[in-house]
Design a protein around this ligand. Structure first.
Ligand SMILES: [Fe+2]
Length: 275
């Protein structure tokens, strides 16, 4: 019997060496456990907690990741620009001004004759840079994919890298039924709203962080609290302790491209005691 669904894992923002080590340690186990066909990972903070590097990219790809998405920190490491220009397995948000280095979407072959998947990286604008509209950019790119690929690509995955939940929720509704999944990144705090929208788009406002949680969203606690106490710059250093793995697993119907199942992963769970 031929396989009816494609199982895609999306790993939340990998932060620094602790996050990279966690992916290296755990990903192959998760691929086996959930029979994952394709792995997407947001890596905009994989290089020492800010930006990307060729070394970090190779570590993620070597661990089993197929495509690495980005965000507002993608360009923080100038040494990564050449890789951004040439490597097809790394993406940056599509809705930056024309001429910006890198690619904002790509089409990738799935294993076992399951067809192709398009991965689109977008960025929100609320409390972020005033870049092009992510909603209109998504209209444009979906049309491009449909026209150029003649319905060959049924599965479309969207990473919306945005600060506010409302902007991500709005994009989820806007794209419901037109893409397979809309999953948020950037805040590093996982949201518990994973679900399938009425027209078949898998959705979660934020997939969370793969990195150190004895921290303020991945950075050492003192430098973060000093910034807030004194309202002056304090050097951010990547934290190291209490590393967790955050992801969602999605099952897409191969024929329709719609999501038929979504499961959120946070491993290991926090200590919560009992009530
Ligand atoms: Fe970000």
């Amino acid at each position: 019997m031929s396989q009816k669904t494609v199982r895609v894992m999306f790993i939340g923002d990998v932060v620094g060496t602790p996050g990279l080590k966690m992916v290296d340690l755990m990903l192959k186990n998760f691929i086996r456990k959930y029979s994952i066909d394709f792995v997407i990972c947001n890596g905009e903070n994989a290089h020492h907690g800010k930006g990307m590097s060729l070394e970090a990219l190779n570590q993620l790809l070597g661990a089993g990741v197929n495509v690495v998405t980005g965000g507002n920190h993608t360009w923080s490491n100038f040494n990564f620009f050449d890789t951004l220009k040439t490597n097809t397995q790394v993406l940056r948000p599509l809705n930056y001004p024309k001429g910006t280095y890198g690619k904002g979407y790509g089409i990738y072959k799935l294993p076992n004759g399951l067809g192709d998947i398009a991965v689109i990286n977008l960025q929100g604008r609320t409390f972020m840079y005033s870049i092009d509209c992510p909603f209109r950019t998504s209209d444009w790119v979906i049309k491009q994919i449909r026209e150029q690929e003649k319905d060959r690509v049924r599965m479309i995955f969207v990473d919306i890298h945005a600060e506010t939940t409302a902007e991500k929720v709005a994009l989820g509704w806007y794209l419901d039924g037109r893409v397979s999944a809309v999953i948020g990144t950037h805040t590093h705090i996982q949201t518990a709203d994973e679900r399938i929208l009425p027209k078949g788009t898998g959705y979660c406002s934020d997939v969370g962080m793969t990195g150190p949680f004895q921290s303020v969203i991945g950075m050492q606690i003192k430098s973060a609290t000093d910034r807030m106490l004194y309202q002056t710059p304090h050097k951010y250093e990547c934290a190291e302790e209490d590393v967790h793995f955050s992801a969602v697993v999605l099952a897409f119907d191969v024929t329709t491209g719609k999501t038929v199942g979504i499961e959120r992963i946070f491993y290991p769970d926090f200590e919560k005691g009992s009530i």
